[in-house]
Structure formats: C-alpha cells, structure tokens
Design a protein around this ligand. Sequence first.
Ligand code: AMP
Length: 205
Amino acid sequence: MRLVLLGPPGAGKGTQAKRLAERHQVPHLSTGDILRFEVKAATELGRQVESKMSAGELIDDDIMSSVVANRLAQPDTMNGFILDGYPRTIRQAIALEEALRSQSLTAVVELMVDEEELFARIEARAKEAGTAGEDARADDTSAILRKRLVAFGRETRALSAFYESCGLLIKVDGQASAEEIAATIADHLVEALVRQRSAMPRKGE
Ligand code: AMP
C-alpha cells in the first residue's frame, strides 16, 4: 500500500494517515512531524527550516525531496507507506516518482474541506493542545493558516489535476466524520487495488 494524502492544512490528513497506517501495517510518514522533530532537536536541518515553518511558508523542494528520499530508503517502507504532507508541489511529485523508481503509488487520496471549516478546526486544535498542557503548534493560528492556505493554493492545489491525469486520484468529502471518511477511503482503495491488479500482465502474457 503506497498512498499519498492530499488536502489543505486542517483537512484531517494526519488522522486518516494514522488509521491507514495501522490498518495496512505500514509507516505513517508525515513530513511536518519529521521537520518538527528536527526543530525540537535543534539539528542543522531544524535550524534551517524553523523560521519558514513558523511563518507558514513551504520549505524548499530540494530539502524536502532529500528528507523523503532518505526516509523511503529505510527498510520499514518496503511494504509501503502513507505519505502525509508530501508532495506539496509538482516538483516534489516528480522527485517522489524518481525516489520510488519502478514502484508506482497505489492511490492519492484528496480530502476536501471548505475554508471556514479549516479555520474552525485549526482554532480547535490549538485550544486542545492548550487544554492538554502541550505547546500549540507555532503555525496553528488564523493569521498563519491564511498564509498556509495561500501556499496551498499556489503550489499544492495543482497536484490534484496532476494525479487525476495519472488515474490515481480519489476525492473524498473531508467534512464527514472520521469514521465515515475512513470507510469511504477503504471502499475506494479496494477498487483501486482491483483496477491495478487487472492492469498487471498475467504470467505468460
Ligand atoms: P504539516 O504538518 O504537514 O502541516 O507541515 C507543517 C509545515 O512544515 C508546513 O507549513 C511547511 O512549512 C513544512 N512542510 C511540511 N511538509 C512540506 C513539504 N512537503 N514541502 C514544503 N514544506 C513542508
């Protein structure tokens, strides 16, 4: 199972990615989580990306593509992965194809949510972190969300058409409950797997 989750910030990619990773027993690769870990550990990479992340800007494609290529070279991704937050630009999508070599993606799931709902979710996420005594993410504010949505519109939205043209895109209503969304994704994935298997050449063909 090699999946990519697409959608704006607050669309619920992380929630669905976790469920999918458990269900299919493959790692959940969140590039946001990888970068937040590096920032917290004050590594060279963390120092390089910190200010852009907290300003809601995208990190350079070359940096991101090398982070992901290194992660995909780890043996735990041999049976697949759930990518959450990557690719976010067409250049990253092309770099992903290169990193995967001859393997193809199983599908790309796009979660669709209106902007009003995204603002409500990001505010709720920041409040929940506060109630749990955790630090809220520096980029979980309305002002930064606005910037992240601009970056999404400028760079990431085009990926939907890109993956649709490859026949990989599954569009899902991201405003249903987490359970309903998970069930819809599961149904679509069965169809995607059947389609891929029937497109595979059989032995002797
Ligand atoms: P996320 O947790 O996916 O919302 O990512 C948080 C932040 O990390 C983003 O706003 C970007 O600054 C950075 N980031 C994560 N993934 C990428 C990516 N694929 N390309 C560029 N920047 C990224």
